[in-house]
Design a protein around this ligand. Structure first.
Ligand SMILES: NC(=O)C1=CN([C@@H]2O[C@H](COP(=O)(O)OP(=O)(O)OC[C@H]3O[C@@H](n4cnc5c(N)ncnc54)[C@H](O)[C@@H]3O)[C@@H](O)[C@H]2O)C=CC1
Ligand SMILES: CC(=O)[C@](C)(O)C(=O)O
Ligand SMILES: [Mg+2]
Ligand SMILES: [Mg+2]
Length: 356
């Protein structure tokens, strides 16, 4: 395992150079990897493993959209696609990729198939960490670990197809066989991770819930909405407000940050912009710090888990989510965005083709 220096702190990282795909195939050659659930992570992880030569099967409810998708993706009913219980029975490694709320409901069933020596794999520390709320307490004689891709299953698949890899966290909760490390790392490589960063279940779920509620998804939308509202209330047009809030960020400036860091993006902007950004960033940090602290405390207290379990366990949770997504989609900000996106050259070609 490599020790890498992250801004002065040494951490354990597993690289594809030290643990190449051939090694992963060797470690997993006698295993049947059962991917349970074919939603967002399921397809990415199952297809990447399949194309990496791993013996992978999918377990999914029959007569569901996800079952049909698995068939379209090349999984064959009776051969590599099964009802959930049959896949649980056949699998030696169970990749538990139902939604976190659904994992609670199916747990009594899963438990029945966790015979000694099998492995239980998660892509989140949620179920095990919040065991008081989920009831997920694995038996002592199975390996329990996670590989959590740090991004959408859609990105995991896309980056695999591009020959790149998405970074993942990995953690071992329980090593019953003495093989947990080689098993988890082999799976991490097989699903298409680039690098594997060591963590534990609790740290993974606390940071993940904070990140998605914070800068990755919640905070970013909040900041967009606030700036857009101010610009509109001061008489700026929707296109101007959108371009100055979102389009320039995603199309021009964030790619520069991704490539070479914040200071480099700043250095590629005007001295006027740099002066202003350097003057204002600490004010934004200080204004949001109490909100981020409140968020982390809510995560650590299990309140965010409780809310998500409660709402996502309702029978009509999908309709409710869709209503809330529609509110975002129909907002002037994102409607303006739709028109702005349609003007990108790549979308212009599509529009012309549709018109013709
Ligand atoms: N969505 C993502 O890209 C990421 C997800 N994760 C984690 O990966 C795991 C899986 O998440 P997603 O792929 O988003 O799940 P998802 O919400 O897409 O659901 C997965 C599958 O669960 C099935 N399902 C739902 N309720 C069920 C029930 N009661 N019985 C049987 N099947 C049921 C659905 O048919 C679907 O195929 C979670 O632990 C999540 O936190 C981690 C990183 C990113
Ligand atoms: C994509 C990801 O890693 C998230 C945002 O944490 C999630 O989908 O749960
Ligand atoms: Mg995440
Ligand atoms: Mg998450």
């Amino acid at each position: 395992m490599a020790k890498l220096n992250f801004g002065g702190v040494e951490e354990n990282v597993v690289t594809r150079e030290e643990f190449p795909l051939e090694k992963a195939q060797e470690v997993l050659k006698n295993e049947t990897v059962a991917v349970i659930g074919y939603g967002v992570q399921g397809p990415g992880q199952a297809l990447n493993q399949k194309e990496n030569g791993i013996n992978v099967i999918v377990g999914q409810r029959k007569n569901s959209k996800s079952w049909d998708k698995a068939v379209r993706d090349g999984f064959v009913p009776g051969e590599s696609l099964f009802e959930i219980e049959e896949a649980l029975d056949r699998g030696t490694i169970i990749c538990y990729l139902l939604s976190d709320a659904a994992q609670i409901k199916l747990w009594p069933t899963v438990q029945k198939y966790l015979t000694p020596g099998k492995a239980l794999y998660f892509s989140h520390g949620f179920g095990v960490t919040y065991k008081e709320q989920t009831g997920i307490v694995p038996p002592a004689d199975v390996d329990v670990f996670l590989v959590a891709p740090k991004g959408s299953g859609t990105s995991l698949r896309r980056m695999f197809l591009q020959g790149r890899g998405l970074n993942s966290s990995y953690a071992i909760f329980q090593d019953a066989t003495g093989r947990a490390f080689e098993r988890v790392v082999a799976l991490g490589i097989a699903i298409g991770s680039g690098y594997l960063f060591e963590t534990d279940f609790k740290k993974e779920v606390y940071s993940d819930l904070t990140g998605e509620r914070g800068t990755l998804m919640g905070a970013i939308q909040g900041i967009f909405a606030a700036q857009y509202q101010v610009l509109r209330s001061k008489g700026h047009s929707p296109s101007e407000a959108f371009n100055e809030t979102v389009e320039e960020l995603t199309q021009s400036l964030m790619p520069l940050v991704a490539e070479n860091g914040m200071d480099w993006m700043y250095a590629n902007c005007s001295t006027t912009a740099q002066r202003g950004a350097l003057d204002w960033w600490k004010k934004f940090r200080d204004a949001t710090l109490p909100v981020f602290t409140e968020l982390y405390e809510s995560v650590a207290a299990g309140k965010e888990a409780a809310k998500s379990i409660e709402s996502n366990s309702k029978p009509d949770y999908r309709e409710k989510l869709e209503e809330e997504l529609k509110e975002l989609r129909d907002s002037e900000l994102w409607q303006a965005g739709k028109t702005v996106r349609s003007l990108r050259p790549e979308n212009q070609k599509v529009a012309e083709a549709v018109e013709a």
